[in-house]
Write a protein that binds this ligand. Structure first.
Ligand code: NAD
Ligand code: ZN
Length: 351
């Protein structure tokens, strides 16, 4: 679990005080990895940089890659003689995962792709702090940093991956565009459905999942003032992330990985595209999801898979079915008997 967290509007301004005792000396910088959306925004003036700290703006247009992590680590090692004091990630799931991965790799030797998997990290990461600026993924609280590598899209899952400190400041959420707010927020809603309907469910996951599920319904089906909705979504994301930390996601995520791998569709949108067609697996969740789409006048793109070749479609299905734990969580130990290749192809072709 994340050992330290501050919450509240304006809490970002506590970052200077939080980092100060963690500064090793004036030659050991903090590296700020910041979503480039903020490049020309006033936020930049509020980043508490000192001495030789470095701010690196990164685009979240593409999800983080192992080679991007390797390049950043190489640059940081070249730029400084000393090991940095720590890494701060400011942005959505993409930047949070990037910051986690860079902190892990600065504490370890080798290439990031060799650490994709479970508990492959041998040495501690650098101190790292996460500041989410959009809510839903739960990346701020999870023990994984999801990366696309040459072989696979898979997280660096380890106890060293989890942030040492998180700053939850709902003020950041005000500038998120509506579509993106919905897609990333639905990632949280889908985490809840997949966790609560899964066979891996236990009392720990259930307690967080139910809270997040209720908060999502308040946010996406209620009529809350905007600021209340921002605050509740930030906490829903946290609880949803905690819920899957001790269980697993399910069918939407497995199939969304296929879309991402073959077509580069981003996580939040990919989950929505799949989930709308999962009545057979999550009937109640899909009904609520459709109400949410309608209420917020969100029209999902169509025709995404029409141009796929047979080989590409096969590859998508192959990638989805390779996520054994997700299917086992969704359908139980005999999942292979219950899920048919043709059924998955049909779903992809509807997208
Ligand atoms: P994102 O980080 O990809 O950002 C989406 C868009 O929102 C970007 O264009 C970004 O610039 C913009 N944005 C971010 N904050 C903003 C703000 N305050 N105002 C305006 N625009 C803003 O989005 P995401 O959905 O949060 O993250 C998706 C990533 O999270 C994927 O790479 C996925 O693999 C990962 N993920 C990780 C976990 C985990 O546990 N580690 C869980 C789920 C998803
Ligand atoms: Zn997700």
């Amino acid at each position: 679990m994340v050992p330290r967290v501050v919450y509240g509007r304006g809490s970002f301004d506590q970052l200077a005080d939080i980092l100060l005792p963690k500064r090793k000396n004036s030659d050991a910088p903090f590296i700020f990895l910041v979503d480039d959306f903020f490049q020309d925004k006033t936020l930049v003036t509020r980043i508490p940089w000192l001495f030789n700290d470095q701010i690196i703006f990164v685009s979240a247009n593409e999800e983080p890659k192992t080679e991007q992590v390797d390049a950043l680590v190489h640059k940081i090692r070249q730029d400084f003689d000393e090991q940095p004091s720590g890494v701060v990630g400011i942005g959505g799931g993409s930047l949070l995962d990037l910051a986690k991965a860079v902190a892990v790799m600065l504490g370890n030797q080798g290439r990031a792709e060799n650490f994709q998997g479970w508990d492959l990290v041998g040495r501690p990461s650098l101190y790292h702090v996460g500041v989410p600026t959009i809510s839903g993924t739960g990346a701020e609280v999870s023990r994984t940093a999801v990366l696309s590598g040459p072989q696979k899209k898979l997280g660096i899952n380890s106890d060293y991956t989890t942030f040492d400190q998180v700053v939850l400041d709902p003020d950041f959420l005000g500038s998120v565009p509506k579509q993106q707010w919905f897609y990333t927020g639905m990632d949280c809603f889908i985490h809840c459905v997949e966790s609560l309907q899964g066979t891996y469910l236990n009392a720990f996951s259930q307690s967080y999942g139910e809270k997040a599920f209720d908060l999502c319904q308040d946010v996406f089906l209620g009529d809350l003032p905007k600021k209340d909705a921002e605050e509740k979504l930030m906490m829903a994301s946290w609880h949803g992330g905690m819920s899957i930390a001790y269980s697993q996601v399910g069918v939407a995520h497995a199939m969304s990985y296929g879309l991402s791998h073959v077509l580069g569709i981003k996580h939040g949108l990919g989950n929505c595209l799949v989930f709308q067609h999962l009545n057979a697996f999550y009937p109640d969740g899909v009904t609520l999801f459709k109400q949410m789409l309608k209420k917020h006048l969100i029209v999902l793109p169509t025709g995404i898979c029409v141009q796929l070749s047979d080989d590409q479609l096969d590859e998508m299905v192959h990638i989805a079915l390779a996520m054994d734990p997700l299917w086992e969580n969704a359908l139980g130990p005999k999942w292979k008997e219950r899920v048919k290749v043709e059924e998955l192809k049909e779903i992809y072709l509807k997208i």
